[in-house]
Design a protein around this ligand. Structure first.
Ligand code: FAD
Ligand code: EPU
Length: 344
């Protein structure tokens, strides 16, 4: 099998890997056509947005489709803006477009790389806002029947870094449009420390946007310089009992109580506590400004990244008795593989 198409520019980790072919699609018809062609040849297919949440663990022995299906439609009612966006739109650009039109409420999610159609999949979140908070619906295309159906937000099973699209619909449907709903009465979300300088009565959406962008530039590596996929692991959610024990042993450990009584810990803090900021393994490294981000520092291979992730998982397990779980999706030669199996 000839694998001559290079995937390096299509994954933000900048990992070298090849596929049989890569097709950039700009409308639903070409997407379906490429999908069907590949399926008729019994080849694996991978649909990507910007490749900012994946790790190729080896060459992909199939067809990669890059979604660039664009279009944004705005409608309004008395109280709300309704945004209907095609899945290949860029997320951050959408936020800028909306801000420029005076449509607010999405600015906390600025600068998250990737496409609009990927946002529901892991229910992207940052600085006190999650995709679920502004989602009205998600339109999905069945690859079997070619039919589009609409899931209202409450049917998407959104959770922390999770949704129905990682489970039931993963191999049978793709996200084709996303519907957002934003109130015309804007209220700032200022829960995070980076906003503490603001007066809630005078702060503007533009100030929040700028503050988020600045905080992200300060902490997160630019994939154009050091390849990365954002947080490599999810923040672990543990029982109240285990959290209490950890707090006794490590009084400075940040803990965030969840609505179900469980407790979320900061995986970056756990890694940092082990003195691993900047730790290098082959060409892979733990980012010096944010220990939850693994970077491609120097032409890292997939096994450099996997071995570093393995080392971190084992170190954290030994020190805190907590098993970290990757947020990044691992893509093997025929499609997604179980990331836990690779790092344990
Ligand atoms: P891809 O990596 O292209 O795809 C991810 C998965 O979704 C793949 O399995 C793919 O097959 C599938 N997929 C893609 N498009 C579709 C579709 N239309 N239908 C069905 N399946 C599809 N995430 C956060 O939540 N918060 C952050 O603050 C954040 N910060 C980041 C910072 C940096 C520097 C980086 C590199 C990443 C960050 N991320 C963050 C992770 C990432 O940006 C998000 O997960 C984003 O939504 C991924 O979009 P993408 O288009 O690149 O997805
Ligand atoms: N911390 C450290 N050392 C570190 C990193 C973090 O001590 O090296 C501490 C911080 O001081 C803070 C806590 O850990 O007390 C949390 O850190 P931070 O606010 O940077 O956020 P995070 O939990 O590491 C999460 C998301 C990010 C999102 C930010 C901002 C996950 C897995 N990650 O990171 O999302 O941008 O909050 O809201 O939930 C992503 O998903 O790819 C991503 C970047």
């Amino acid at each position: 099998m000839k694998l001559t198409s290079e995937l390096k520019v299509f994954n933000s980790f900048g990992i070298e890997a090849n596929a049989m072919s890569i097709h950039i699609v700009k409308n639903k018809h070409s997407l379906q056509k490429q999908w069907l062609n590949a399926k008729n040849k019994q080849l694996p297919v991978l649909l990507l947005g910007s490749g900012s949440n994946i790790l190729f663990t080896e060459n992909f022995e199939g067809v990669v489709i890059i979604n660039r299906i664009k279009g944004i439609k705005l409608t309004e009612t008395n109280k709300f803006w309704h945004i209907h966006a095609h899945s290949g739109e860029n997320w951050h650009q959408l936020i800028i477009t909306l801000l420029n039109k005076g449509i607010y409420g999405i600015e906390n999610l600025a600068m998250i790389p990737g496409c609009v159609g990927s946002a529901p999949i892991q229910n992207i979140g940052a600085y006190g806002l999650e995709f679920k908070d502004i989602c009205e619906y998600v339109d999905i295309l069945s690859l079997k029947t070619n039919k589009v159906s609409r899931l209202s937000a409450n049917k998407c099973k959104f959770k922390y870094r999770d949704s129905i699209f990682k489970h039931e619909y993963q191999n049978t449907h793709i996200i084709i449009h996303v519907g957002l709903i934003l109130s015309k009465t804007w209220s700032p979300k200022l829960k995070y420390d980076i906003f503490k300088k603001f007066n809630p009565f005078t702060v503007t959406p533009q100030q929040i946007f700028k503050t988020v962008c600045q905080a992200r530039k300060n902490k997160l590596p630019d994939p154009a310089i050091f390849g990365n996929a954002g947080s490599f692991f999810k923040n672990p959610i543990i029982s109240k009992k285990q959290a209490k024990k950890i707090k006794e042993d490590f009084p400075n450990c940040p803990q965030y109580i969840q609505s179900n009584g469980k407790v979320k810990l900061a995986a970056g803090w756990l890694i940092d506590q082990c003195g691993l900021k900047g730790y290098e393994l082959g060409g892979a490294a733990v980012h010096t400004k944010q220990a939850l981000v693994l970077i491609n520092k120097n032409s890292a291979s997939q096994s450099n990244i996997i071995n570093l992730a393995k080392f971190l998982t084992h170190t954290i397990a030994n020190r805190f008795n907590i098993i970290l779980e990757p947020e990044v999706r691992f893509i093997g030669k025929k499609g997604e593989i179980n990331a836990m199996n690779c790092i344990l």
